[in-house]
Structures are given as structure tokens and as C-alpha cells.
Design a protein around this ligand. Structure first.
Ligand code: DP6
Length: 331
């Protein structure tokens, strides 16, 4: 029965990704499949990585999970592992998991994306499942919607899907990182974990924001245009669409009751500075996820100028710089 399961630990490294066209809201009535209400479009980052080791252990009475060296007991991770085991159709042992991020966890830097992408690939392999990348993307989505995109490198398109079983809600590569090597400067406003996770923030937005329906409608239309902008490498157009998607996502969240506020003062300062730089001829645009950090996306050769400009803003704790990179891989 256990002949296909891994005898050795499986180690996977998965990158974070940032959405340019955001996912913010889920399809309802589809159980625990975690189906997004809209498609999304992201870039995979080369330097923000999660490394996860999964080892099956017959002696365990429950999964033993550590994150950055600290034991965690998160229902969501246990549920995800139960789901992976259920796919084998057999009774399987629990596992020991050690996962670490080389960047701040749960601070709006896409740790759940890289985390669940790494876990989906490592756990499915450890339990002897042989899934292709599309299937892995769908599996990672069940853990966290954005994780579906970290299976692939470069520019990635996530399909909303229409089937109730979620079989068409997966990501696919759109353009290779080397074909359009954008660079990203991340202004870290705080490394503290955020008050509301993305899941809580988007569910609350869905339930109470009067702007939610409009957000969904506009984002779907924007996705089609953004896909074209990527394929035509139209930086200006992609920038305008990306800023609109980020601001409208936050507007829908702020309009919830009570409003969900992820920004700090320095977040706002960064947005103004980036627009000012653009006015001075620097090709750059911003995007912001469920946290106060600002990601500035720029063309090759301009990152140091962007970095210097953001470094001057008071309230910035640190700056990270990264290129685009490849998707998750077994080490
Ligand atoms: C703002 O993927 O973290 O980063 O599926 O509930 O785990 P769950 O949500 P998650 O949400 C990501 C929200 C976002 C936008 C994006 O990455 O598309």
C-alpha cells in the first residue's frame, strides 16, 4: 500500500508572487474548494522564497508543523494535509513539516502564496501522488488562492473557472520571466504580521462592502486588457491597469463595514512618490496587497533610482529588490 510514498524527506522551494490584477473575493457555494470570484494576473518573484520539507512519520499521532523554527497548529494547514491524503485513496501516516521563509511572514508579502505552493508540491510528492503542474496549481489553490500562481514563473494567469468542482480554476504561464525581465522594489513599511489575513479581509468585503459587485465586474474586464498588455509588453498600459486593480481592491475593502484598512501613512507616501517619479520619466508603477507594503514595478535599469527615492520616505523599515523568477521546484 505504501510503496509509492517517499521514504526520504521531500524538499521544495517556492517563490512568492504579486498580483498585478488582484484576486479579492471567492465564488460562493463551492464548499472548501476556495474558488476565486475573478481571475488574476501575477508576476513571480525570484528572491522571496519559502523552503518546505515534508517527511512522513508512522509514529506521529498528528501532523507536526514548524514555521520559521516555531511549532504551529493551524487548522487550515491540517485540513489541507487531510485533503492531500484523501487524494491517495488510502490510509496514510501523518507527516513532519519544516517550513521557512526568507522574508517577513504574514505581512502582506505573499507568504501564503509561496507557503501553500511549496506545501502542495512537497506533500503531494511525499504521499506518492504524481500530479502535473496544472493539477499542482489547482491543489495549491485549495490551500490559498494566490498559491496557485506560484507554481509557474514569470507572468502568470489564474483562471476563475466556471465548474463547480473547481477543475478549471488553476493558473497557467503567460509569458516567461526572461521575455520581459521586470524588476520589483518592495518598500517594507512594517514587518509585523497584519491584523486581518487576506482571507478574513476578502470575506468581510464580500459580506459587507457595497462596492464589492462593482469591484468584481471591473476586475474581470481589466484582466482581459492586462493579458494583452503583457503579451505586447506595453508597460504603461500594464501599469495603469495594475494601479487601478490595487486601488479598487482596497477601495472595496475600505468601503466594508467596518472598513478594512491595510495602509499606513508611509504606504500613501510611497504611492505619491512613485507617481512623482513617473512624472519625471521613470517607468514605474505600484501595487499593494493585503498589508501596508508597497511594491514598485519597474523596467530593467531603473530599480536603483526607484529604491533611492523610496528609501528617503520616513516610516520605511527596509527595502527589498527582486527580479522575476521561476516557479516552485523540488530541491
Ligand atoms: C491581496 O491568496 O492570501 O494578495 O485564498 O483566502 O488564502 P486565500 O487568499 P490569498 O489572497 C490574496 C489576496 C491578494 C491579491 C492576490 O494575491 O491576488
Amino acid at each position: 500500500m505504501t510503496k509509492a510514498i517517499a521514504k526520504q524527506p521531500v524538499i521544495v522551494q517556492a517563490p512568492a508572487n504579486i498580483a498585478l490584477i488582484k484576486y479579492w473575493g471567492k465564488r460562493t457555494g463551492c464548499g472548501n474548494l476556495n474558488l476565486p470570484a475573478t481571475g488574476s494576473l501575477s508576476i513571480t518573484l525570484s528572491d522571496l522564497l519559502t523552503t518546505t520539507k515534508v517527511e512522513l512519520d508512522q509514529s506521529l499521532q498528528a501532523d507536526a508543523i514548524s514555521l520559521n523554527g516555531i511549532a504551529v497548529d493551524e487548522k487550515r494547514i491540517h485540513r489541507f494535509l487531510d485533503h492531500v491524503r484523501s487524494l491517495t485513496g488510502e490510509v496514510m501516516p501523518y507527516c513532519r513539516i519544516e517550513s521557512s521563509n526568507n522574508f517577513p511572514t504574514a505581512a502582506g508579502l505573499a507568504s501564503s502564496a509561496s507557503g501553500y505552493a511549496a506545501l502542495a508540491m512537497a506533500a503531494s510528492k511525499a504521499y506518492g501522488l504524481s500530479l502535473d503542474r496544472t493539477q499542482l496549481s489547482g491543489l495549491a489553490r485549495i490551500g490559498s488562492g494566490s498559491a496557485a500562481r506560484s507554481m509557474f514563473g514569470g507572468f502568470v494567469l489564474m483562471h476563475r473557472g466556471i465548474r463547480d468542482d473547481g477543475s478549471d480554476a488553476f493558473a497557467e504561464p503567460l509569458l516567461d520571466a526572461t521575455a520581459w525581465p521586470l524588476e520589483v522594489v518592495i518598500a517594507i513599511v512594517t514587518t509585523k504580521a497584519k491584523a486581518h489575513s487576506s482571507t478574513v479581509g476578502m470575506n468581510h468585503t464580500m459580506a459587507t462592502s457595497p462596492y464589492y459587485a462593482q469591484w468584481i465586474e471591473h476586475n474581470e474586464a481589466r484582466l482581459v486588457q492586462a493579458k494583452k498588455a503583457v503579451l505586447e509588453k506595453d508597460f504603461e498600459c500594464l501599469g495603469a491597469l495594475s494601479e487601478a486593480s490595487a486601488l479598487q481592491m482596497h477601495a472595496s475593502a475600505m468601503a466594508a463595514e467596518p472598513g478594512v484598512l491595510y495602509w499606513q501613512g508611509a504606504t500613501m507616501e510611497c504611492m505619491h512618490r512613485i507617481r512623482q517619479l513617473r512624472g519625471e520619466g521613470v517607468p514605474v508603477f505600484f501595487t499593494i496587497d493585503a498589508g501596508p507594503q508597497v511594491k514598485a514595478v519597474t523596467l530593467p535599469g531603473h530599480a536603483s533610482k526607484v529604491r533611492d527615492a523610496l528609501a528617503d520616505i520616513s516610516g520605511i523599515e527596509a527595502l527589498e529588490q527582486t527580479t522575476l523568477g521561476a516557479g516552485a521546484r523540488v530541491l
